[in-house]
Design a protein. Structure first.
Length: 139
C-alpha cells in the first residue's frame, strides 16, 4: 500500500513539474515571437505597437515565464552558482531585458532602436541555446 502511495505521489509531482516545464517553454517561445513582431512593428512605425494589448500582454507572458522559472528552480533544488549554464542564462536574461528596454523605451534614434533590438534578439538566442544544451560552449 505504501509503495502505491509513493508511486502516486511521485507521479503527481512529475506531472506538476512537466506542466511547469511546458508552461515555461511555451512562455519562452511566446516571448521570443512577440518580441520579434514588436521589433518589426517598431521598424515599420506601425500603430499596433502603441495599442493597449500590445503593451500589456508581453508583461503577462514574461511574468508567467519568470514565475515558472523560479518555481522550477525551487522544485528542482537548483543553485545558479553551482551550475554555470544557469548563471550564464540569468546574466543573459538581464542583458536581454536591458537591450529590450533600450530598444523600445530609451533609444531615440531609429538606428539605435534597431541595433538594441538586434542585440536583444541575439541575447535571446543565447538564452535559448543555454536552455536547450545546459552547458557553456566555451568551457
Amino acid at each position: 500500500m505504501t509503495t502505491r502511495l509513493f508511486f502516486v505521489r511521485n507521479l503527481c509531482s512529475d506531472v506538476r513539474m512537466d506542466a511547469l516545464k511546458i508552461l515555461h517553454i511555451a512562455c519562452a517561445m511566446l516571448t521570443g515571437v512577440s518580441f520579434f513582431i514588436r521589433g518589426i512593428w517598431m521598424i515599420r512605425g506601425s500603430r499596433w505597437l502603441s495599442t493597449r494589448a500590445v503593451k500589456i500582454v508581453p508583461h503577462v507572458i514574461d511574468t508567467l515565464l519568470l514565475s515558472s522559472a523560479v518555481a522550477m528552480l525551487v522544485s528542482y533544488h537548483l543553485n545558479p552558482m553551482a551550475h554555470g549554464w544557469l548563471l550564464a542564462k540569468i546574466i543573459a536574461l538581464v542583458l536581454y531585458i536591458s537591450f529590450g528596454m533600450l530598444a523600445f523605451r530609451f533609444a531615440r534614434q531609429k538606428c539605435h532602436k534597431i541595433a538594441f533590438w538586434l542585440l536583444a534578439l541575439l541575447t535571446l538566442g543565447v538564452i535559448y541555446y543555454l536552455a536547450i544544451n545546459k552547458h557553456l560552449p566555451f568551457l
